[in-house]
Write a protein that binds this ligand. Structure first.
Ligand code: FE
Length: 207
């Protein structure tokens, strides 16, 4: 099946025409396009980032290493930081920043939409919006409240501005009452937004 069997919108027709032309010229194949779609829609996702968090919650030595040098830790897991596939990160450095009782971390890219795609999948639309990029820096507490994250006035908010070279992942606080959970159950509490800082992790394993 080619990708342009049922083009609907003008943009879809335009993309289909472009794909058809590139395939006809031998620049790409339909299979290669399918592979990219599969990569972004299925293989990449927050479950990758969640693994590191669950392990950090369960293993103190791992937590310390992750906070000290997340780049080295993810390299051990097989990412070579060059980009292009789900086994690689398209940036040079990964920093993990830890939420505590005193500090809440929030990640943004004020310039464009830099994001640890290999860890979290494609960024949500709001992350790329001008509003989020400006307001996350100017009024992070108000932005967090709109996401449903209510912080005590005494909690310091640290905003991390991502760029082409460096991406950030938030290490959320481990929810109370999760002592008996396995690492994969813990990972299921870690949502995409909790890794960006715009949510707290779930408190219970989703059904
Ligand atoms: Fe960016």
């Amino acid at each position: 099946m080619t990708h342009d069997d049922h083009p609907t919108s003008a943009m879809t027709r335009r993309v289909a025409a472009l794909e058809r032309t590139l395939v006809e010229r031998g620049t790409i194949t339909n299979e290669a396009v399918d592979d990219v779609l599969d990569l972004f829609t299925r293989k990449l996702g927050a479950h990758h980032g969640a693994r590191y968090i669950a392990r950090a919650w369960s293993d103190e030595e791992f937590r310390e290493r992750l906070l000290e040098d997340a780049t080295a830790v993810v390299r051990e897991y097989g990412y070579d930081l060059r980009g292009a596939t789900h086994r690689e990160l398209p940036f040079l450095r990964l920093e993990v920043v830890e939420n505590t009782a005193q500090v809440h971390n929030l990640v943004v890219c004020t310039l464009c939409s830099c994001y640890p795609i290999a860890m979290l999948g494609p960024p949500p639309r709001w992350y790329k919006s001008v509003q989020y990029r400006a307001r996350a820096v100017r009024e992070p507490r108000a932005v967090l409240a709109e996401f449903g994250v209510q912080l005590d006035p005494g909690v310091e908010i640290r905003v991390w501005d991502s760029n082409a070279d460096c991406r950030y992942l938030v290490l959320p606080r481990r929810p109370q009452g999760t002592d008996g959970l396995t690492e994969s159950e813990l990972a299921s509490l870690v949502t995409r937004n909790s890794l960006i800082g715009t949510a707290q992790p779930l408190e219970e394993v989703p059904a």
